[in-house]
Every structure is written in structure tokens, then in C-alpha cells.
Design a protein around this ligand. Structure first.
Ligand code: AMP
Length: 556
């Protein structure tokens, strides 16, 4: 396929903000894509050349691209730079510069999608001496052959700033429409294979059900629904259910294939290097040639052996250096709670009870290394309450309820897994700062800094934008109107406010934080309502925050 066809499609997609129209345009385009072109076209439509689980990054700087634009157009760097200042978008600049280029040197060869895809991929694969020169020549090769609009999209793809990129939902709907197949079926095929080009090809051949779990790629995790009472959790799962502690670590999908272990996060990033110390543990403690396990990786304090909150472990996920040092500081215990594949067989359609039995059979448990998640199979609400209390006292978030006869549904938020957490008392806090929004919210204050009392002054504890509505209830427009007369000072997009307006805030948890001068932050805060009956003198104080912090999850 010629790259110009893809550029034309980007152009069309860019002209509409309506999802239905985008789906229409895309579905027509997808009908004719060949098997050979599918991977490159699909990735590039999404503005990518690598899947999310790849460790490869394009990693090109705007500066270097600017140089290449200058070189391949014969126009001075100063001119390119001044155009960039005006457009604020290097892709757009590439387009403008290429338009001014002399006709005689234009379009030496016709670019194909595959050529563009391959060259951009190579940028991430080059290593060692002379790399920069090689990268420059790979990009030059594309830009010298590119028409102005093609240059724009090539540059934006390299910089990973392609705004017309197609989101997952639109891609799914477009494939569904192109081949007249149920959206649900397409979504399931995608959740299992995680690869729209495979979904496209299988849909075209009418062989969607052939798509299998792959050992070399992560699949989407099954997600949990939330219930606020033990009774309603049981209603979802039926009785008896398997209850497990809801541990506060991070989701870790473990693959073994050809004696190799790969580790993926819930967002499907490959974190095998970051958690290299887990590889030999998995190899020696899990029996099996091939498997995919679902687990929660929890950090603990090596001295006290107490579990640490996610906040502490999260630093390990992005860390690329001194891995051994940090592994010793924040070691991990893997709590395995599901299995999706075992020795050549997909386990997705096996009932949870049997998947759990298999987990217990193949894992040699060792505390602080790898264990099956602690479980309680019960029909008793009283026992569930006791188990919940025990979980909180150990510093966990609450409980998970699991339906014993349920299959594993990748990517779906279904009632096979229910989370039940401690519901925190709300806080009444005062708005002391706010920020103007972006796009359609540019005229409104859309993010609000919350503070609590500390003696005679106020200290900040978080920012909130959630819970305020676009249309009904307490709206951004309304709140902006109420707050505007209270503005004391404006700094850029931020306004400093007289502390007058009190709002009731719900949240998941209180955390220690260095980002706010109260020393605390709220996790997932949302506005419940304005407290018209309270003045800032009546809002909650730091002592109340401290007390709630200590009470939650059995922290003493
Ligand atoms: P949430 O992130 O609040 O939607 O809760 C779901 C997450 O809880 C999952 O993605 C897991 O990372 C985590 N989790 C902790 N313990 C368990 C468990 N025993 N079973 C399943 N998920 C768990």
C-alpha cells in the first residue's frame, strides 16, 4: 500500500471529531487491506510502530528531526526553527517546509506504508557507534521522498504525537462494521490476542474464533466490579464464593515460554528487566513448561516483613538502573490468583475453581517469594466480615470475591471478580486554588485545589476535577461563577482564591505525600456536593485527616 493512501485517510479522519463518522471512514478503508499490509497499517493508524508490551522505544528528539528536515529540504535550520516556533508542531512545520522545496528534487520514489513502518522501527533498533548518523539517514530517506502531507504524518509518527491516531474502541467498531461481525466478538478477539491486525485478518477470513491466547504477548487482564456491601458482593458471585485479600501491589502477568519468563503490568508494559530477581524464583517454584499466570506483586519491608503500600513499589516499575539495589530495598512477594494458559492448553473457559486447583498443584509456595493468594471459600457473611477485618489489619485494601464457576474474561469488567473495600468517611474541605481547563473547558475553572484547616490557616491536601458535572448538578460553569469573585491573584492559568467555598469530598484513601504542604494526599478524590451550610471555619482540620489516615487499613 502506498503511504499516500494512509496520509489521505489521516486527513479525512482529522476532519471529523465525530466517532461514528470516523468509524465509517475507517471501516471502508479496512475492507481492502491485504494480510501483508495489515500489521504496518494497523499500528500506524494507531500512531505506533511497536505494541505496548515492547521494550523498544523510538526515542527521537525534536532537535534531531529539525536538523533532518533542514537537510532533506535544503532549507536553513533557522528557517525551520522559526516555522516551528509559529506552528508549535514539528509535523506541520515539515509539511510547510516541504511545500517550499523545489519541484525538481521532489518525490524521488513513492513511499509505501511498509517502508515508512520499517524505517521508523529501525530507529529504535540501532545501537552503538555511528547510531545518530544512521538514524538521520533513515529519516532523510523518508523525508526526501515524502510529499508535504506525508512528511507531516511521518514526523508526527516518529515523535509519537500523531493526533489523528485511532483509539481502540473506534478500531474495534470499524472492524465490526467492515465485516458485519458483532462488536462483542471483535472485542473478545482483541482482548485475547491483543493485536488488531490479527483480529482484522481473522475477521476478513471469517475465522475469528481461531484466535488463541498467545504465550509471547500479554493478554488483557480481567477487571473487577465494585460492591459496597458484603451482601451485594455475594449476590454477584453466588454462594459459596472464594474470598481473597485485596492486596495493595500491582498486577503482574507472568508468561513462561521456551524456558523464558516475561513479566507484564496491567497496562501490558514489559517489566521483566525491572523485576529480574523474580525470574529465577518463578522458574524454580512453578512447575510447568508453558504458562500464563495472573498475580498481584506486593512489596514488603525486608526488615519488618510488613507489606508496603503500592506507592512504595510503584517506583520499581519505571526504574531502569540499580535494579539489584532497589530489589533489596523493596523485595516482592508474588501472590498468584489466576491461570490463563497451561502446557499447551488455554484455561480461559475452565471454571475458576479448577483454575485455582491447578495453581495450588503447580506452585511450590514460599512465603515472601511466591504463594497462591490466600483464600477463604465461604457462604457465610459473618466469616466474610472477619476475613475483611483480618485483611485490613494486615494493611490490605479489602477483599476480592470470586465466582467459583466463572471463566476468565480478558479485558472485561464482569461480575466474576468483585472488589469490596473500606468506604472512607468523607471530608469537608475548602477550595483555595483552581486552574482553568483546556479545550472546551478553557473558559471554566476545572481543577480545584483542596485544603483543610491547620490552626488558623489552611494546608493543601489534593486536587479534584472529578464529580463536577458538565451539565446537571454542580457544574463547572456554576462553580466557576461562584469562585470568580473570590479570586485574589492570577498566575498563568492558576487562580488563588479566598478560602470560602466548602465541598464534601469522597476518596479511596489518604496517603502520605510530599506534594502538598499538609503532608497528605487523597487518592481518587471526587466532589460529592457543595456544603452550603458550612463556612471555611467549619471545614475539617489536619487532626481529622491524621486520625482517618491512622484508622484506615488497620494502620496504628
Ligand atoms: P482496582 O484496581 O481497584 O480496580 O482493583 C482491581 C485490582 O486489584 C486488580 O487489578 C489487582 O491488581 C488487584 N488485586 C489485589 N489483590 C487481588 C486478588 N486477590 N485478586 C485479584 N486482583 C487483586
Amino acid at each position: 500500500m502506498k503511504y499516500s493512501e494512509l496520509a489521505k485517510l489521516y486527513e479525512e479522519l482529522g476532519k471529523t471529531a465525530k466517532r461514528l463518522e470516523k468509524t465509517d471512514i475507517l471501516s471502508k478503508f479496512l475492507k481492502d487491506i491485504s494480510e501483508e499490509d495489515a500489521p504496518s497499517v494497523i499500528y500506524m493508524l494507531q500512531g505506533k510502530v511497536f505494541p505496548p508490551w515492547s521494550e523498544k522505544k523510538i526515542g527521537m528528539s525534536s532537535r534531531l528531526i529539525l536538523k533532518v528536515i533542514a537537510n532533506s529540504s535544503g532549507i536553513s535550520q533557522e528557517k525551520v526553527e522559526s516555522s516551528w516556533k509559529k506552528t508549535g508542531d514539528l509535523g506541520k512545520t515539515a509539511e510547510e517546509i516541504m511545500k517550499t522545496k523545489k519541484q525538481s528534487t521532489l518525490y524521488s520514489t513513492t513511499l509505501t506504508v511498509k517502508k515508512v513502518f520499517e524505517n521508523i522501527k529501525k530507529l529504535a533498533e540501532l545501537e552503538g557507534k555511528g547510531t545518530v548518523d544512521k538514524k538521520v539517514s533513515l529519516i532523510s530517506e523518508l523525508l526526501t521522498s515524502a510529499k508535504p502531507d506525508e512528511a507531516k504524518y511521518i514526523v508526527n509518527t516518529i515523535l509519537e504525537t500523531l493526533r489523528v491516531g485511532v483509539a481502540d474502541g473506534t478500531m474495534r467498531d470499524a472492524i465490526s462494521k467492515a465485516f458485519n461481525i458483532d462488536v462483542e466478538k471483535i472485542q473478545h478477539a482483541y482482548n485475547v490476542s491483543n493485536d488488531f491486525s490479527q483480529v482484522l485478518i481473522s475477521a476478513k477470513k471469517g475465522k475469528l474464533s481461531d484466535l488463541k491466547v498467545s504465550l509471547t504477548k500479554p493478554l488483557k487482564c480481567m477487571l473487577a466490579l465494585k460492591e459496597d456491601t458484603i451482601e451485594s458482593a455475594f449476590e454477584r458471585t453466588g454462594k459459596p464464593a472464594q474470598l481473597e485479600f485485596k492486596l495493595d501491589g500491582f498486577r503482574l502477568q507472568i508468561h513462561k515460554h521456551n524456558d523464558q519468563i516475561s513479566l507484564f503490568t496491567r497496562r501490558l508494559e514489559n517489566v521483566t528487566k525491572q523485576f529480574a530477581e523474580l525470574v529465577p524464583i518463578i522458574k524454580s517454584h512453578v512447575n510447568g513448561e508453558e504458562f500464563i499466570l495472573d498475580s498481584e506483586a506486593v512489596g514488603y519491608d525486608p526488615k519488618t516483613k510488613k507489606y508496603l503500600p503500592f506507592q512504595n513499589v510503584s517506583q520499581r516499575i519505571r526504574r531502569k538502573y540499580d535494579i539489584e539495589k532497589i530489589a533489596a530495598k523493596i523485595p516482592i512477594e508474588i501472590n498468584v490468583f489466576d491461570i490463563m494458559f497451561y502446557n499447551g492448553k488455554s484455561m480461559l473457559n475452565e471454571p475458576f475453581k479448577e483454575r485455582r486447583e491447578l495453581i495450588e498443584k503447580i506452585i511450590k509456595p514460599e512465603k515472601y517469594k511466591i504463594v497462591p493468594a490466600k483464600k477463604l471459600v465461604t457462604s457465610s457473611e459473618k466469616d466474610a466480615k472477619k476475613f475483611f477485618k483480618e485483611s485490613l489489619e494486615l494493611g490490605n485494601e479489602g477483599l476480592m470475591f470470586k465466582k467459583l464457576d466463572a471463566p476468565y474474561k480478558p479485558g472485561a469488567r464482569v461480575g466474576y471478580m468483585i472488589k469490596y473495600k473500606n468506604v472512607m468517611e468523607t471530608l469537608d474541605l475548602v477550595i483555595t486554588k483552581a486552574d482553568y481547563g483546556e479545550g472546551k473547558r478553557a473558559a471554566w475553572l476545572s481543577s480545584f485545589t483542596l485544603s483543610c484547616r491547620k490552626e488558623d490557616s489552611f494546608v493543601e491536601i489534593g486536587k479534584v476535577g472529578t464529580g463536577i458535572k458538565e451539565k446537571e448538578g454542580l457544574t463547572f460553569k456554576q462553580l466557576t461563577k461562584i469562585l470568580k469573585p473570590l479570586i485574589e491573584k492570577e498566575i498563568g492559568k492558576t487562580v488563588i482564591l479566598k478560602p470560602k467555598i466548602v465541598v464534601e469530598i469522597a476518596y479511596e484513601e489518604i496517603q502520605k505525600s510530599v506534594n502538598y504542604n499538609s503532608g497528605y494526599a487523597l487518592r481518587f478524590p471526587r466532589v460529592k456536593r457543595q456544603r452550603l451550610d458550612k463556612s471555611s471555619k467549619d471545614c475539617d482540620d489536619i487532626k481529622k485527616v491524621e486520625q482517618l489516615y491512622k484508622q484506615q487499613r488497620g494502620k496504628k
